[in-house]
Design a binder for this molecule. Structure first.
Ligand SMILES: *Cc1c(COP(=O)(O)O)cnc(C)c1O
Length: 360
């Protein structure tokens, strides 16, 4: 059956992971390989491990279960702060979790003790991106409360940037994170193992040697999966951007005007698309839609093609300049944005095809 498919080139993912691990390793930074955009696909995790990451990270317990079911025994970090209702599973499946809620930490501690174990936690500090994390004045006292819980071990602090508020890591805000770590150490007379400084947006700072020395961990997804840093959205030197390619089939091909005919309102998603009159164009409808991916995040591999829109079940591609000409039944390939990758890997309508390992 002609379903859309994502090809997953595990050799390229391994290569990307190795490139990032070597870069970060040169600056004393350990890389946690983040599998969440790949829906915890075990082959992706295995490729990251072969590339040298010592630990995996995912945001969903379902994905972690998938990794464990595939026999992956590497330590796994839970990236989304745990649910109060999920602490038992967290202590069962996970070695270390990112945390910001004292109530949840109490429950995690109790759950770990019931298992006669101790659960490692990293306390998240909000440096201004306004997603998860303890806010400024509360950091030192929150750390003190965690230290009083017998079932959890405070192994470090961390911060996440650029995901919600779009704030990028700088020498200044990273130094502020280190400052919080050192204040916790001084106040509570402890040593933190990890200061977990961020995600793929941290790479530019690391590469120029400006990351403060005490930052010794980053959690990297996009730069390994798609070969891009996320502070400026640039391809990362020495990595592949096409480890994932989404492919679909042309199911209608017609020459039509480039501007809709009639009185217009919003599209099916409440958007108001903008049309440029380029005269009559050859338009291909592809069997990929918003139910399969984020259509706005698709970039045709063939430079002669242009995505001009989409709806639940179709992507519309201007194929007028394609060489050779496109025909009904042809397969078109697309590179993916982070959002497009995330949705394609999670869509049950999209087949996932693992490209056998090869040297690259
Ligand atoms: C998703 C996530 C990451 C990885 O982000 P990338 O931009 O894909 O590198 C790191 N940390 C946390 C807390 C996350 O949720």
């Amino acid at each position: 059956m002609g379903r859309p498919s994502v090809t997953v080139d595990v050799g390229r993912i391994e290569h990307n992971a190795r490139t990032i691990v070597e870069l970060c390793g040169g600056h004393g930074i350990s890389v946690t390989g983040v599998t969440k955009a790949a829906c915890g696909q075990p082959e992706v995790a295995e490729a990251m491990l072969r590339g040298g990451v010592p630990q995996l990270g995912d945001s969903r317990l379902e994905n972690v279960e998938r990794l464990r079911a595939a026999g992956i025994a590497a330590p796994i970090m839970l990236l989304r702060v745990p649910m109060l209702s999920g602490v038992d599973e967290v202590t069962r499946l996970i070695e270390v979790s990112l945390n910001s809620e004292i109530t949840v930490l109490h429950a995690l501690s109790d759950a770990a003790l019931r298992r006669r174990s101790v659960h490692d936690v990293i306390l998240m500090v909000d440096l201004g991106d306004l997603r998860e994390g303890v806010w400024l004045d509360d950091v030192i006292s929150a750390a003190g409360e965690v230290l009083r819980l017998p079932g959890v071990r405070l192994t470090g602090i961390g911060a996440n940037l650029t995901c919600y508020g779009g704030v990028i890591p700088t020498e200044e805000n990273m130094a502020r994170l280190v400052g919080f770590g050192e204040a916790i150490e001084a106040t509570h007379d402890i040593e933190l193992t990890w200061i977990s400084g961020g995600n793929s947006s941290a790479l530019p700072l690391i590469a120029v040697g400006a990351m403060p020395a005490r930052i010794n961990q980053v959690r990297i997804g996009e730069a390994i999966l798609l070969g891009r840093e996320t502070a400026f959205g640039a391809p990362w030197p020495g990595t592949h951007q096409d480890a994932f390619v989404l492919r679909g089939e042309v199911i209608e091909l017609k020459r039509k005007p480039s501007v809709p005919v009639g009185i217009r309102t919003q599209d099916a998603f409440g958007r108001e698309p903008h049309f440029v009159d380029r005269g009559d164009r050859w338009r291909a409808l592809v069997n990929i839609g918003e139910a399969d991916t984020d259509v706005s995040g698709l970039s045709p591999i063939d430079p002669g093609l242009r995505v001009i829109g989409g709806s639940s079940d179709y992507t519309v591609v201007d194929v007028t300049s394609a060489e050779p000409a496109i025909q009904v039944g042809d397969e078109l390939g697309f590179a993916l944005s982070y959002g497009a990758l995330l949705r394609a890997m999670h869509s049950r309508y999209v087949d996932k095809q693992i490209v056998p390992w090869r040297q690259c």
